[in-house]
Design a protein around this ligand. Structure first.
Ligand SMILES: [Fe+2]
Length: 293
């Protein structure tokens, strides 16, 4: 009986969220149209096929190149050096997942925001989203060793989908080398993710044992890589988890959305900066900050 009630609630909740999104699009239709029909190029994706792969599989590793990554890696190391691990802030009350960024890092002139606002990245994400993207959040995540044993895991260490919008694209950039012991991002490509029935997502997280009933071990992607490795993942459509680490992990994560999500804009922990004119932002970059074009 309780199970049925939970399922019903989940079903109703999902549809209410979709309706809210439609209402949000209608109330912001001018902005929606500007974003939807913004002229974009392929950015970091060398061909349309790569974008199609992103759409078909729900993820896309990218080569950002040293020019983009070196400044980000240096700024991240500087930040951790300045504030120390004790200066990082736990996210959602979890012990293992901590953000190192502070208010000043959200300024469009900071190295972190300059990276998130890079036009080649915005164009790539925009091609996937079919919209000029909005930056919903940036985070410099320090993952602490914990939750390695099944009993000790919590929240995002279990498989889940984010349920933020119809499509989102998170860009994960490893600041230090990530191997298995560092708790790499793990995700299940789109076709395999679709095999998991909706009712298994109640309330939100799925134990490995249940996931194993629907998805073969070989279908799981464990994204390891050297510092500077980067991957876009639609964490709304793909089941994912991470930070199951026995050694720390340091990663920079940018969450790009269309700006029209189930719960509105869903901008977390950000800005909006009062005066951005000094930064000489392009139209696409202003849209990424949620400003009128
Ligand atoms: Fe997630």
């Amino acid at each position: 009986m309780i199970g049925l009630r939970r399922m019903g609630g989940y079903f109703i909740g999902l549809n209410v969220r979709r309706l809210k999104r439609v209402a949000f699009i209608m109330s912001g239709h001018r902005d929606y149209r500007t974003r939807r029909y913004f002229p974009l190029d392929l950015g970091l994706a060398p061909s349309v096929d790569r974008i199609m792969d992103f759409r078909n599989f729900g993820y896309m590793p990218v080569d950002l190149g040293p020019a983009l990554t070196s400044e980000l890696i240096a700024a991240s190391e500087r930040k951790i050096g300045e504030i120390g691990v004790e200066g990082t802030v736990p996210i959602n009350g979890t012990r293992f997942f901590r953000d190192a960024l502070q208010q000043s890092d959200y300024d469009p002139g900071s190295p972190f925001m300059r990276f998130a606002l890079d036009e080649s990245i915005l164009n790539t994400v925009g091609q996937y989203l079919d919209s000029a993207p909005l930056i919903a959040s940036i985070e410099l995540i320090y993952s602490m060793p914990s939750g390695v044993s099944e009993d000790d895991r919590s929240k995002s260490q279990w498989f889940h989908r984010d349920h933020i919008g119809k499509k989102i694209a998170k860009l994960f950039v490893y600041i230090r080398d990530v191997e298995r012991q560092n708790g790499p991002l793990r995700f299940i490509p789109l076709e395999a993710s679709k095999k998991v029935p909706w009712w298994q997502q109640i309330p939100h997280h799925i134990p490995d044992e249940i996931m194993g009933k629907y998805v073969d071990e070989g279908e799981l992607v464990e994204y390891c890589g050297e510092a500077g490795s980067a991957v876009f993942v639609d964490t709304d459509r793909l089941f994912h988890c991470g930070s199951r680490c026995s050694e720390p992990r340091l990663a920079f994560i940018v969450n790009y959305t269309t700006g029209f999500n189930y719960r509105g804009r869903c901008i977390s922990k950000l800005w909006l900066p009062e005066n951005t004119s000094e930064h000489r932002l392009s139209r696409l970059q202003r849209l990424a900050l949620g400003q009128p074009s």
